[in-house]
Design a protein around this ligand. Structure first.
Ligand code: NZQ
Ligand code: ZN
Length: 388
């Protein structure tokens, strides 16, 4: 049964080959000072930077830059960005990049006018902002996180060996996002498939929780089927517009809060993956891929009916003459084969983890309450061991 909920998603999306023109509609709504935030330089090589700057100039904006946002943005970089935004007296923060750049822009946006330490306030105490929030817009260049239409913002504190996401409320969602699937064509294969798995993981985190039969489950099964198909097409031909545009749209729906409405969710795979990310700085989607199979095989007995349903409705496993366990396990085997076909990293050793890190990995993993099994520290250690 669906629980009670209030639903609002305030982000305006511009989607398709002309999506960047959306900036011409949005920019006049904000003051003159724009802080242009981007990563390590991919947007300079593929022409997106020039296209964005041209539109900013045509709209009479003063452009201030904050470059070098790294994948898994750090708390130290966040400090720099806050300073930069203050100097610029930013009226708008325009994030041009992937989830890291968008997440970082949101973290800056809630900290510019706040005197407290942002790490303690937002990532340790999980408080909502009480200060003025600088509006954020986003031009997406890497698909996977859903950051373009949600309030998520993940920051890494390497000293504390913690990578933590704050899911902010509506006020922190990007005001608008421009989504041109062609902008993702230049992604290196490793990043591309990592993003595909991030999308799958977002859906599964919300699917494998609760025992109800609700609309969200049917929507998620449809999203998963579309993703499974399109990912294989895109892996074969990365410039297939149909596949890449379907994947881009699926990624947004996978984590724009819609499918989570009225149901419980898990997110333990992300907690395990974020621990790996905090310690190894590995690519987000790959950390999830590397821990997923051991985790799902571990919790399968506790959520058997849903794993059975997943096998049949998503992976077309035929149930005839099989036990529920056999059906469910065949579903996971089909998922594992798909992951290997895409070339995903299937163990944390390949991401730089080793046995001597197990204590730190266990300590860095937050335990969630919404999955089929609330994990003990011993179970977490076992899952990491099996992921090595
Ligand atoms: O820095 P540049 O040079 O731009 O290169 C980036 C970066 O190295 C490159 N890239 C991006 N677009 C490109 C491109 N290269 C060529 N062509 C393009 N068009 O890709 C690399 C990875 O970018 P990044 O932004 O780090 O990837 P992603 O979008 O996967 O974001 C990962 C971050 O998002 C967080 C993750 O934890 C991680 O910190 N997440 C955010 C979530 C949210 N907001 O809700 C949820 C997710 O579960 C996730 O935790
Ligand atoms: Zn994710």
């Amino acid at each position: 049964m669906l629980g009670n909920f209030t639903y609002c998603n305030p982000t305006k999306l511009y989607f398709g080959r002309d999506a960047l023109n959306g900036l011409n509609e949005e920019l006049p709504k904000y003051g003159k000072n724009v802080l242009l935030v981007y990563g390590g330089g991919s947007i300079k090589r593929n022409g997106i930077y020039d296209a964005v700057v041209k539109i900013l100039r045509e709209n009479g904006k003063n452009i201030f830059e904050d470059a070098g946002v790294m994948p898994n943005p750090t708390v130290e970089k966040l400090g720099e960005g806050i300073e930069r935004a203050r100097q610029a007296k930013a009226d708008l923060i325009l994030a041009v990049g992937g989830g890291s750049v968008c997440d970082y822009a949101k973290a800056v946006s809630v900290s510019v006018h706040c005197d407290e330490d942002p790490w303690d306030k937002y990532y340790i105490r999980f408080e909502e902002p009480t200060c003025e929030i600088v509006p954020v817009g986003c031009v997406l260049t890497m698909v996977g996180t859903g950051s373009e239409m949600n309030g998520g913002s993940v920051i890494t504190n390497r000293k504390q060996k913690l990578k933590i996401g704050h899911v902010f409320g509506e006020k922190v969602f990007p005001k608008f996002s421009c989504l041109n699937p062609e902008y993702t064509f230049t992604l290196p294969r490793y990043q591309m498939v990592s993003g595909f798995y991030d999308i799958m993981s977002h859906i599964l985190e919300q699917y494998f929780s609760g025992a109800d039969d609700n609309t969200s489950d049917y929507v998620m099964e449809g999203l998963l089927r579309s993703l499974i198909h399109s990912a294989l097409v895109a892996a074969e031909n990365p410039s297939d517009y149909e596949a890449r545009s379907n994947i881009m749209w699926t990624a947004t729906w996978a984590l724009n809060t819609f499918v989570a409405m009225g149901k419980s969710t898990d997110w333990e795979v992300h907690m395990l993956g974020q621990a790996v990310g905090a310690i190894t700085d590995a690519t987000h989607g790959m950390t999830l891929a590397a821990v997923s199979m051991p985790y799902y095989r571990h919790i399968l007995p506790y959520g058997l009916p849903k794993f059975r349903r997943y096998a049949i409705n998503v992976w077309n496993v035929s149930p005839a003459g099989k036990t529920d366990e056999q059906i469910a396990n065949e579903g996971l085997a089909a998922m594992e084969a798909w992951m290997k076909k895409l070339g995903l990293v299937m163990n944390i050793t390949e991401l730089g983890a080793n046995e001597s890190m197990l204590d730190d990995l266990v300590k860095s993993t937050l335990v969630m309450q919404g999955g089929y099994k609330v994990l003990t520290a011993e179970e977490i250690r076992q899952i990491f061991k099996e992921s090595l």
